[in-house]
Design a protein around this ligand. Structure first.
Ligand code: GRF
Length: 206
């Protein structure tokens, strides 16, 4: 069984989707959920799922990024993962950390990469008048949000959408896409997955 560590900073809804998919199957198991934020909502959810958790608080390292990442690596490697999933993990990682996990680390980003790397992706898609938006799962490389894209999910942008509406439409697609990409990735299959959502009635009602 493959061993997967998941890094979070917040609510952990993608972590739950990944963990539940793994726990329902026979391919992999979540062996660690680590948060850089003490008390992150995802930690309680992981504990409820019986997954070992850890906190490595970046604020304990007073800006010493190398020391923070050394503590991260020490904690993550203790769980001996085959793969690492960043899931709402909000710290920028240095090439040193990324190099340590080269070829076995994934991230989910809430845009149709290569569009809108970085933050505020839904605001930017709406501002640009895009007809569609979505999320991407990619391998993590030193190029921030720039690694090979292994899967994407598309949703329509509606005229009335604010960023929260779009986020609410994209998030469930993230929860479908990420587990599918992870499973293929663990099997050594890097063929791309593309999903799109059909509009549901509550999206089109006035
Ligand atoms: C999601 O939009 C995800 O794409 C981004 O962080 C947001 C929250 O994710 N990476 P989660 O609920 O903490 O998994």
């Amino acid at each position: 069984m493959k061993r997967v560590a998941i890094l979070i900073s917040g609510s952990g809804s993608n972590m739950v989707a990944l963990a539940e998919h793994m726990l329902a199957g026979t391919v992999a198991r979540p062996v660690l959920v680590l948060s850089n934020v003490p008390g992150a909502g995802g930690l309680a959810k992981a504990e409820a799922l019986g997954i070992p958790t850890a906190v490595v608080d970046h604020r304990d390292f007073a800006g010493d990024r190398a020391a923070f990442e050394a503590a991260l690596i020490n904690t993550v490697d203790h769980s001996a993962p085959d793969a690492i999933c960043l899931a709402g993990f909000m710290r920028i990682l240095t090439p040193k950390f990324i190099g340590h996990y080269e070829g076995r680390m994934l991230n989910i980003h809430p845009s149709l990469l290569p569009k809108y790397k970085g933050l505020h992706t839904h605001d930017r898609a709406i501002e640009a008048g895009d007809a569609e938006a979505g999320c991407s799962v990619h391998e993590v490389t030193a190029d921030l949000d720039g690694g090979p894209v292994l899967g994407q999910a598309r949703v329509p942008v509606l005229a009335k959408d604010g960023p929260e509406d779009l986020a609410a439409r994209v998030l469930p697609m993230e929860h479908r896409l990420y587990p599918m990409v992870l499973e293929r990735f663990l099997a050594g299959d890097r063929s791309r997955i593309d999903l799109s959502s059909s509009l549901s009635i509550n999206d089109v009602s006035p």
